[in-house]
Design a protein around this ligand. Structure first.
Ligand SMILES: [Zn+2]
Length: 410
């Protein structure tokens, strides 16, 4: 596990030295930390730092991943940033004799994930995760890239203008990619939370019936839409803009994230007619717009379009691929938006950590304000210390939880 832990994504202002697990750093037989500076260039040996996780537990060196030696320009000191793995607990999967609950997922371009799960009272609980911000990021990128490409076509290959346009294009593409990566995480965090809540509800329910030792397994099932994003131009089944949306759909990455977060494998089943069939009377209706309205007048079922898809995928998953209508089906739909960036909780936690690390307050703000302020601060060491074990070993401080956990919050 420790091998996979990586340092936070945030770029350091000063280029840090990084030491990967096993190859870059190791624990010496005398229980000291050795940082290798490369073949034939010696190593830095330090006292073994103590790493405390966010919940106050010591983290053993075997869970450590990459270590970075960073120059803290505000504190004017070296510090070790130690990343470690802190995976969330995996949900129990399928096992012999274990009661199961199925969480069905309908994936879409407009709402990236719609989850449906039964409740012990017989109703269906549905969560629609909205993807507006992801679509807006993609649309912005597409428009900027189109504009830059058309300007590039008007200038000479390799000219100064051309080079600048290429750089601008790369910049917007990289920025969008970072936003979308965050966005996919936000979507899956909401899906994970829903799955855990469903699991909790059913665990309580089964434990009341058959004792406190009962473990409820979770089955994650998604409608199989793999491949519809490929060769959209050849197939020509959709309009130009829809084809673009399909090609840029990050469904696979979202599935990966959800599997990682829940620790479960995602099953795929055929989702044929799952968006058209009425879950109450089994009539098929072509859907127009965002709301499903059953064309069978004696039924008159109305519901959010993606919620119907989710409920039907659940029905197909638990009935071996056949629709079983339920005349008094009750669907409770909740909507959540995935917003990229920091939530208010993350913002307040960040302030808390800055405070703990002694980087908050008016005095520190004043120091940070300019290079001159930093340079004239009392008690600072000279800048530009060369990487030399004799110099740095005394100044080194390990910041507890400065690794993966801090990155998760920030
Ligand atoms: Zn109906």
């Amino acid at each position: 596990m420790g091998l996979k832990a990586r340092a936070p994504w945030r770029e350091k202002k000063y280029r840090p030295l990084s030491f990967s697990a096993k190859f870059g750093w190791r624990i010496t037989p005398e229980s000291r930390l050795a940082l290798s500076l490369g073949h034939g260039r010696g190593r830095v040996v330090l006292p073994l730092p103590e790493v405390i996780s966010r919940d106050g537990q010591p983290v053993s060196p075997k869970d450590w991943g990459e270590i970075r030696l960073c120059w803290d320009r505000n504190d004017r000191s070296w510090s070790l940033h130690i990343s470690y793995t802190a995976p969330s607990k995996a949900l129990p999967g399928r096992a012999e004799g274990r009661p199961m609950v199925t969480v069905a997922i309908d994936e879409g371009v407009i709402n990236p994930m719609t989850l449906a799960a039964p409740m012990p009272d017989g109703g269906m609980k549905v969560l629609v995760v909205n993807g507006r911000q992801g679509r807006s990021a993609k649309r912005y990128r597409n428009k900027v890239v189109a504009r830059l490409t058309s300007r590039m076509s008007r200038c000479k290959n390799g000219s100064r203008k051309h080079r600048r346009l290429v750089a601008a294009k790369k910049q917007v593409e990289a920025k969008t990619e970072r936003r979308l990566h965050d966005f996919d995480h936000q979507v899956c965090a909401k899906a994970e939370q829903f799955t855990r809540e469903v699991h909790e509800t059913w665990t309580e329910h089964h434990q009341e019936i058959s004792g406190p030792a009962t473990v409820v397994g979770v089955r994650l099932v998604a409608g199989d839409v793999r491949g519809i994003e490929q060769n959209t131009n050849k197939k020509r089944r959709a309009s130009r803009s829809t084809r673009q949306q399909l090609s840029q759909w990050s469904r696979g990455r979202q599935e990966d994230f959800l599997q990682y977060k829940t620790g479960l494998r995602l099953e795929h089943i055929s989702e044929a007619h799952s968006s058209q069939t009425c879950p109450r009377c089994n009539t098929r209706t072509k859907v127009r717009g965002r709301e499903y309205v059953c064309k069978n007048e004696s039924c008159g079922f109305r519901c959010h379009r993606d919620a119907v898809g989710g409920v039907n995928i659940h029905t197909l998953a638990v009935n071996d691929g056949t629709f079983v209508p339920d005349p008094d089906l009750d669907i409770e739909v909740t909507y959540r938006r995935s917003q990229t960036g920091w939530s208010s909780l993350q913002r307040s936690l960040h302030a808390y950590h800055q405070n703990v690390l002694g980087r908050a307050g008016a005095a520190c703000r004043e120091e940070r304000r300019s290079a001159q302020n930093r340079a004239t601060r009392t008690g600072t060491t000279a800048a530009g210390v060369a990487v030399d074990s004799a110099v740095i070993s005394d100044d080194i401080t390990a910041h507890p939880g400065a690794g993966r956990a801090l990155a998760r919050v920030a």
